[in-house]
Design a protein around this ligand. Sequence first.
Ligand code: PEP
Ligand code: MG
Length: 544
Amino acid sequence: MTTLKGKGVYGAIALGRISVFARKEASVKRTHVNDTEAEKARLAAAKEKATEQLQEIYNKALKEVGEANAQIFEIHMMMIEDEDYNDSISSIIETQSVNAEYAVAVTADNFAAMFAAMDDAYMQARSADVKDISNRIISCLSEENNESTATGEKVIICADDLAPSETVLLDKEKVLAFVTAFGSSNSHTAILARNMNIPAIIGVGEELLNSVRNGDFAAVDGYTGEIFVYPDEETKSRLEGKRAEDEEKKRLLQELKGKENITLDGTRVNIYANIGSVDNIGAVLANDAGGIGLFRSEFLYLESSDYPSEEQQFAAYKRVLESMAGKKVVIRTLDIGADKQVDYFNLAKEDNPALGYRAIRICLTRPEIFKTQLRALYRASAYGNLGIMFPMITSVCEVQQALDLCEQVKKELKADGIEYSDKVEIGIMIETPAAAIISDRLAPMVDFFSVGTNDLTQYTLACDRQNAAIEQFVDTHHEAILRLIEMSAKNAHAHGAWIGICGELAADTGLTESFLRMGIDELSVSPSFVLKVRDAVRRCDLSK
Ligand code: PEP
Ligand code: MG
């Protein structure tokens, strides 16, 4: 048995035969050409073909791994059109009277070396991209496409590294796992792999390709990052056991798709999903969530280098609402500050940022930012079933101010003849003890509450959620927290509002029954926990 170790990118187990990823390197020969114009025409045709292929890959990636991860192929398409890159190729063809393949290969080497020598890690990573697009063009020039990967039986793919386009084109049905000698956990390949849910290990080092051959039997532990080539019996059966456990858990949960979130005694609850990006919708749908209970809209701001415009926000909200096809989508208004810092907001450094200028406090004091978001939200409301939720509420006055701004925005939209839904529900997060304690006064003002247990825990127990050193003092099941949730639930229901939980505690199945007994109407969890919570709900018997 040979044991190799890298870094697990996606935790799962695979046992099977190895297929060493043979990249058909287009062998490039330097040949003399008489007609350089004809050579440039060949190049133009090959570039067009390469762009068509990339567009196809982009479309496939968009469906499978979302917009953010697919973007790299858009970048590749842009790189193909890059002026410097093209000037270099043309000039080599013209000045040396050589074939296009050779000109592309030389340009690729030069540009790759230039990127690799840059200080910026992002630019260094472009070195692989320029080689990737150049190989594609060369391949199109020689009419050889080298996109096929594994064929036949399912295999563990071992490679020196995989270009993003190679990764996304892997036929997942035929791949058990992939293992690479190089690559970093932030490379596009690693990110794509994670999103494609393929057990994967990267960065094993050069010894990988010296230690494995086609057809070798191996076991891959994506949790520990270990690869065992010809594992001994003990290792093999240990990993088989681990894999069986994983599969059993997954299988059982898959059976719950399409089933109701109902307890043994007939109590129903909504199980929704939390998302931070439009790209997460695929996971929401794949895990059969009944809606979105928390869209952390601040990620639109965090991903951006400047304030996202009304149009940009509208497009994102509309897409989420349309994708959810009439299911409830609760979008939380901007919650930055504290641990979520955005440079262009120029927020002052604070001694206690968690107790500082954040979330609704920023929105109410910078209404131009808040109103842009509210306009985008109301405009998007015409495309689905929207709930708007305000974070970090501590007082009646804050809720009133936020509601007044909503009314103002609606009036302005009406005056401009812009459509919006009049069925938008308004809710607040219960994530400060103050909000829970005055929930009897807040409930009549809104349609729903959503308990943010992450912050509610930090503020109730006086435990900074960022401080790992005090973890032993963070009792997430603390009676004080549970009492505040229960109190909020009673007050919500007394005033006809519904109540959900969207903090991490919603996925804590040790509390599912308690939450249901409190009358919680909705639990909103990470997409991958939806079925686990459904399972817990279906095991509860509140009649006992
Ligand atoms: C919470 O505080 O529980 C919550 C859901 O919000 P965030 O984690 O984004 O602060
Ligand atoms: Mg919070």
